[in-house]
Design a protein around this ligand. Sequence first.
Ligand code: FES
Length: 97
Amino acid sequence: MKRIEFFINGRSQTVEIEPTMRLIDMLREVLGLTGTKEGCGEGECGACTVLMDGKPVDSCLVLAGQIKGHHITTIEGVSNGAELSNLQRAFVDAGAI
Ligand code: FES
């Protein structure tokens, strides 16, 4: 187990996990941020996309140990308080789950 400090949706976060755990698994299973979905699991579909320091990455291809000190933004982090952001509204309008 390794202690990893990073920022998630603007908040400082520390977790103790196996550094070889995939980022998508850490987001969903450890932090409960289930808005990030797994599709192909091999970097082809983009369903698992999150922002890492403002740039899109496939969270199925990133190890949790790689995010130390970085800023991660998930779909949960793009809301405007109780209001849906334009991005979230676009997903809803397009029938995304
Ligand atoms: S699940 Fe398809 S790119 Fe990550």
